[in-house]
Design a protein around this ligand. Structure first.
Ligand code: AP5
Length: 230
């Protein structure tokens, strides 16, 4: 049986930060399509070359490329896998194809967690975000600062600002979310899967709220069973 949870929310809502903590506490395999795409761009693969211009503008990468990417990732799943999608699906078509892909594998979505924060919080978070070039750890110059400026606490790697975190691109990403992704809220609400979480609070309280929602499925027992996907 394959079970999946989805972290839904605007850019900067804190999906990646929460996902890493949920992975540590509950053992879900973390699938971040943003991380997978950035990796493909870095490696210069065919997908990376096709996706780069969309990402730089803050537009969505076409659905057919995204579906292929996620299908390939699901094909490597073993029996009894627990997945946490971060940044996928982002369109109704992606949502429908994900449901079909899970059904084919005798799987299902158990929860869709909508991380909600006001726009000014999203702007402040995205423009202040820094990411480790080596291990991908996420920081913020004010909210989650590293011990030494510009250096990752975990691996000593260099911290950098994502190309799409420039203010003009951030404004476009928020608009793209409103136009193309917000309709998923209603889609999952209709299925009775959606749970809203206040993501303007700090990461510890946010993750505690999420764990209270997930606990009835018993996934907190799965610690370290799966690992970071990507
Ligand atoms: P992606 O990488 O998925 O970006 P996103 O959805 O825009 O989300 P972000 O990574 O910007 O934000 P987040 O919610 O994860 O916040 P984070 O935890 O980092 O996608 C990038 C691009 O790839 C897209 O624009 C698109 O082009 C393409 N793409 C990806 N998936 C696609 C798909 N399915 N279809 C088509 N195209 C796709 O936190 C942000 C900052 O806030 C950090 O500095 C962090 O330290 C801080 N912070 C986080 N949580 C808290 C908290 N609780 N309190 C205080 N500070 C916090």
């Amino acid at each position: 049986m394959l079970e999946a949870i989805i972290l839904l929310g605007a850019p900067g809502a804190g999906k990646g930060t929460a996902a890493e903590r949920i992975r540590e506490q509950a053992g879900y395999t973390h699938i971040s399509t943003g991380d997978m795409l950035r990796d493909a761009v870095k490696q210069g693969t065919e997908l990376g070359r096709a996706a780069e211009a969309y990402m730089r503008r803050g537009e969505l990468v076409p659905d057919d490329l995204m579906i292929r990417l996620v299908e390939e990732r699901l094909n490597t799943a073993g029996d009894g896998s627990f997945f946490m999608f971060d940044g996928f699906p982002r369109t109704l078509i992606q949502a429908e194809l994900l449901e079909e892909a899970l059904r084919k594998r005798d799987g299902k979505i158990t929860h869709v967690l909508l991380l909600e924060s006001p726009r000014e919080v999203l702007m402040q978070r995205l423009t202040g975000r820094r990411v480790c070039r080596r291990c991908g750890a996420i920081y913020h110059v004010v909210n989650v600062p590293p011990k030494r400026t510009g250096i990752c606490d975990l691996c000593g790697g260099e911290l950098y600002q994502r190309a799409d975190d420039q203010e003009a691109t951030v404004v476009n990403r928020l608009e793209v979310y409103r136009r193309q992704t917000e309709s998923l809220i209603e889609h999952y609400e209709r299925q009775g899967l959606l749970r809203r979480v206040d993501s303007s609070q700090g990461p510890d309280k946010l993750v505690a709220d999420i764990m209270r929602i997930l606990r009835p499925t018993g996934r907190e027992d799965a610690t370290h069973r799966n690992c970071r996907g990507g």
